[in-house]
Design a protein around this ligand. Structure first.
Ligand SMILES: [Zn+2]
Length: 1032
């Protein structure tokens, strides 16, 4: 039987020579080659969307300008040439020879013999299933084989530890005195003249590395390897079942020592250390390729020429110079862009540049927008584009003299010359039909079928809207919101409401022909809330009563979205639908769904169908929505399976969100839902957006992941994009990159503001390039890597068996680390596990990712929950994926109630719990208060006003407001978290050993998975083995 295998050689198509044992042969499922973009195979560049060019009439809006900005409105006639329509193909497109490949491309390559062996081992490991994975344990020693291991604590007392090094991270050969070697690596050697404050690259040149190649190792004396640690593997522990076959020989080993979980790299330490080192500091973006503080660290950003890490984060800030190097290390090259990220109050909002009817200055060839990477020459009359190198004439209105440094004298007065992020007012060329857009509209569409009425949900929504609509987002400086509002109720038919301000009573119009949806009224449907407040109040009061006696339990869904699209089309505006739906649409209408949940498919090759949306109606609907700038947010209140994979299809392609409240009950879920609704309605957001990522020559964006829609291979379309939406962009080489010029990217987002203005938001970022892989590894950002892996794996499960996807994740983890070991680490005993400092906690995250509901094949998990999580993650930014994959576990029993400092989280493992402890756990989606069975009655009294745990009853979802320091402190921690996270979380209170505790335990991600999957320790052992296999 010929076996087709998946090569864990993601971005790049071939395994490197010498690592042949790694190639092919993993897994045995049928291959599903290439999963393309949604909507079909990538197409050649297509014409810009109709109606985005021509004619220019002055947009008169004046924007807030920076101080001393009198020169910002040059408003001088442009010299002839019209700005071209938005998105145009970059001129640079050296043939890379291949269509964009992505992570899970298949490759039918016969694996060399060793592969088979690995395959067998893999299958006996069965990573995804429960209890078969323990096979080894680590015995970490501080020193290498040659010298005996002093106890870690005596080698490096806590006070001496570098913030980034745990004792076992010290280099194997260093004597204790040289421990500050940590600082050696952390202070970094600077790139000539760059003064990097972060772990820096080594000086290039003779002292550096050999060209990474077969068998090459770092040269002696090379001062890095902060993150390596020695570890001997011993044979399987007796109490660990399922010993790994063949593990013994590989783990021949040294003295049997008790396993110390503290000796393996800890995310909580990494987070804490970075907070200590960089917390509260200013991160200035004036240095190319500068690695920002962790996403969890509290810092302030000053924009000095590169976009803030809040807007763009990268998997590495030093790209390998060649495709070969990239292929060799298999570290994905990607950026996670959050174009609308919220900025803290102490950071400057984006400046808006208005060039009047001439529009922004752009490179004639590649259409990149004016930015700090344009080099002015010839006395300021011309400029060379940093992206395509084309030399352009400076438009007459834009001319300015250069100073003695060759810099324009207005450098600091123009955001587009000196900042990483800013906005341009778009001219009519950038507007649909060359007309300025109308302000967007929000339509509230409430399912009034029996379930929603009975649960009290309809009344809850109507009551809330009265106050919430007062808080619609508004343009800065405006007194009221320009957003229009409209209302629809529905079950099997749709009811539209005329709420024109002149009416004394709202009027209802019913459309029962759901096959041919239309909007029965234009005037009076979408109104200004302030003008129509009285009529709207009246309507919101009446709706719950109107349907109080309904017996209708069937609903439609697709026609509801269609109605919204038609309404926006008729009003010539973009906007958002807020749909509150109780069940799967089973009424006879387009988009009718039936129950196709089938647990028998779990762990089979057909499992992927559970994640695939039903084709047809919803696919077309997504297209229509994106074309008319209609974003869909779905609030679901299901009591059973609702086929979320299909129902969430439109939201997930329109930049919308899906919220799910299973078995909704007002008492326990009402407040939770309202918090979500309030956040959602008030979010900062842009509409009818189209994004293009341009790059300098040598590499380009090849793949995109997010709540997006792609009509071609380059334009990322989003009906809306809000402050939480993150788009992950993968890059590939098409040529050699230069160490000298580095690599540049520019993300341009054309969108409509909430006030109805068309704008371009520009984010620029410059990265380093290096022919040394060590540079890449040093500049990696694990949190970004994991975001990329989560999204690419979650997309891959649409087309491949989960088992294959998990294997690819493991193999790539091993490969990336093996490549570091081989090319960047100094020689050391094979038994040592050596990790790059910047990636030392990468394995924890990868292991956690593989244990998430979508990736774990378990019949105990609800299909809807899995589909829901899959889709939510696709649109997440780095902060959200980090938190999701490594929850915060905060001890509360010993908290200092007087301290302002946030409580320090501990590792997510059962070992950290104590019977007498009380812990809070949250991951951005769920929140638990865990009460140890021996918690002190005093604590219980303070928190619950109850004499003991035994008195705690019922489903409590909030702590009582008690007037004592502990209660106040804990409640303030909880409310602080709810405030900070993008979603609301329902507080679930669980007692140790009670049944619901299982829900909590699945978030202890360092432990063995509840539904399968290895513990962190076991996973690390396994990865170590894989690495050793790869290196022999
Ligand atoms: Zn250019």
């Amino acid at each position: 039987m010929s076996q087709q295998g998946y090569v864990a050689a993601p971005p790049y198509s071939q395994a490197q020579p010498g690592m042949g044992a790694y190639q092919g042969g993993f897994g045995s499922g049928p291959t599903q080659p290439l999963y393309g973009h949604y909507g079909g195979p990538p197409q050649a560049f297509s014409a810009p969307p109709a109606g985005m060019m021509k004619s220019s009439v002055a947009p008169a809006a004046s924007m807030p300008l920076p101080a001393g900005s009198s020169q910002y409105n040059p408003n001088v006639q442009q010299n002839g040439s019209h700005p071209q329509s938005y998105p145009a193909p970059p001129a640079v497109s050296a043939p890379y020879g291949q269509p964009p490949h992505s992570l899970y491309n298949s490759m039918a390559s016969p694996g060399p013999p060793p592969t088979q062996q690995l395959t067998n081992q893999m299958s006996s490991m069965n990573l995804g299933s429960h209890g078969k994975f323990s096979m080894c344990s680590f015995y970490f020693l501080v020193q290498g084989l040659q010298s005996p291991p002093p106890p870690a604590s005596s080698v490096m007392p806590p006070g001496l530890q570098s913030p980034h090094m745990s004792p076992l991270m010290s280099p194997p050969q260093s004597p204790p005195e040289s421990m500050p070697m940590a600082s050696q690596s952390m202070a970094g050697t600077s790139m000539a003249g760059m003064g990097r404050p972060f772990p820096g690259p080594p000086p290039p040149g003779p002292g550096g590395f050999q060209q990474p190649g077969l068998g090459s190792a770092g040269q002696p004396g090379y001062p890095q390897q902060a993150g390596q640690f020695g570890g001997y593997m011993a044979g399987p522990q007796q109490n660990m079942p399922g010993a790994f076959p063949g593990a013994q020989s590989a783990m021949a080993g040294p003295p049997q020592k008790k396993l110390d979980p503290d000796s393996i790299p800890s995310i909580t330490h990494v987070i804490e250390d970075d907070q200590v080192k960089q917390g509260g500091q200013v991160f200035t973006t004036n240095i190319r390729g500068q690695v920002p503080p962790l996403v969890t660290t509290d810092f302030t950003v000053t924009d000095q020429g590169n976009a803030s890490p809040r807007f763009i984060r990268c998997t590495t800030y030093s790209l390998p110079c060649t495709a070969d190097l990239a292929k060799q290390c298999q570290v994905p090259l990607a950026a996670i862009i959050k174009p609308f990220a919220s900025l803290p109050k102490n950071e400057t909002p984006l400046y808006v540049v208005n060039h009047g009817d001439t529009g922004p200055v752009r490179c004639n060839r590649c259409k990149a927008y004016m930015c700090p990477y344009m080099q002015f020459i010839d006395g300021g009359r011309r400029y060379q584009c940093g992206f395509c190198n084309c030399v352009n004439e400076v438009p007459v209105f834009y001319f300015q003299h250069l100073d003695h440094m060759g810099r324009r004298v207005d450098f600091y007065e123009r955001p587009e010359l000196s900042l990483g992020s800013y906005e341009f007012v778009a001219t009519l060329d950038y507007c649909k039909n060359n007309k300025p857009p109308n302000p967007p509209a929000y339509i509230f569409m409430i399912d009034v079928s029996y379930n929603n009425i009975k649960s009290g949900l309809v009344k809850l929504i109507c009551d809330e809207l009265k106050t919430l609509l007062e808080k619609l987002p508004r343009e800065e400086g405006m007194e009221t919101s320009a957003i229009k509002v409209g209302f629809v109720t529905y079950n099997k038919v749709l009811h539209f409401y005329n709420v024109k301000s002149a009416l004394a009573q709202p009027q209802m119009m019913v459309v029962s022909d759901t096959a041919e949806m239309f909007v029965p009224l234009l005037d009076g449907f979408l109104v200004n809330y302030q003008d129509s407040r009285a009529v709207i109040y009246n309507l919101l009061d009446q709706i719950p009563d109107m349907f109080a006696d309904t017996a209708e339990s069937e609903t439609v869904f697709a026609p509801v979205i269609q109605a919204g699209v038609e309404a926006f089309k008729a009003a010539e505006c973009s906007g958002k639908l807020f749909i509150f739906q109780s069940s799967m649409p089973t009424a006879e209408a387009p988009g009718k769904l039936k129950n196709r949940d089938d647990k028998k498919l779990v762990n089979t090759d057909k499992e992927k169908t559970l994640f695939q949306p039903q084709k047809g109606v919803y696919e077309q609907l997504s297209k229509d929505c994106v074309a008319s700038g209609c974003c869909v947010d779905l609030f679901l209140f299901p009591s059973q399976y609702t086929d979320i994979a299909t129902m969430a299809d439109v939201p997930s392609h329109t930049g919308g969100s899906v919220y799910k409240y299973s078995n909704f009950q007002i008492e326990t879920d009402g407040e939770h839902f309202l918090r979500d609704l309030r956040k959602d309605v008030q979010k900062s957001i842009g509409f009818d957006a189209i994004m293009r990522v341009r790059t300098s020559t040598g590499f380009r964006a090849t793949d995109f992941f997010g709540g997006i829609y792609m009509n071609n291979t380059t334009d990322v379309e989003m009906a809306a994009v809000d402050c939480d939406n993150g788009v992950t962009v993968e890059f590939k080489h098409d040529d050699t990159l230069s160490e000298e010029t580095g690599a540049l990217m520019q993300c341009a987002l054309l969108y409509t503001t909430i006030g109805g203005q068309r704008r371009l938001r520009i984010h620029n970022l410059s990265l380093n390039c290096s022919s040394q892989l060590s540079e890449l590894y040093k500049s990696c950002e694990t949190d970004s890597l994991i975001n990329f892996f989560a999204k690419s794996a979650y997309r891959a499960i649409l087309n491949q068996p989960l088992k294959n996807v998990r294997e690819i994740l493991v193999n790539q983890t091993a490969h990336m680390l093996a490549c570091y070991r081989k090319n960047c680490a100094s020689p050391s005993a094979a038994s040592q596990l050596i990790l790059p400092d910047a990636m030392k906690v990468f394995p924890v995250y990868m292991n956690s990712l593989m244990k998430t509901a979508p990736l774990v094949g378990s019949t105990e998990l609800s299909t809807d929950d899995r589909a829901h999580q899959r889709l939510s993650v696709m649109a997440m930014g780095v902060e959200d994926t980090q938190l999701l994959l490594y929850p915060r576990l905060i001890p509360l029993h010993n908290i200092d109630v007087n301290s302002e400092k946030p409580a320090t989280p501990v590792r997510c493992s059962e070992e950290r719990l104590t019977d007498s402890g009380i812990f809070l756990l949250e991951n951005g989606q769920s929140m638990f208060l865990w009460l140890g069975q021996a918690s002190s009655p005093d604590l219980i009294q303070s928190l619950f006003n109850l004499p003991s745990l035994a008195h705690l009853q019922g489903h409590m979802c909030a702590l009582p407001e008690l007037d004592n320091p502990l209660s106040r402190k804990v409640r303030s921690i909880i409310s602080g978290l709810l405030e900070k996270r993008s979603n609301s979380m329902k507080l679930q209170i669980v007692r140790q050993k009670d049944k619901p505790e299982m829900l909590f335990r699945q978030f202890l991600v360092e432990d063995k998975g509840l539904h399968g999957g290895a513990s962190y320790m076991d996973f690390l052992c396994y990865v170590h083995r894989e690495i050793r296999q790869l290196l022999t």
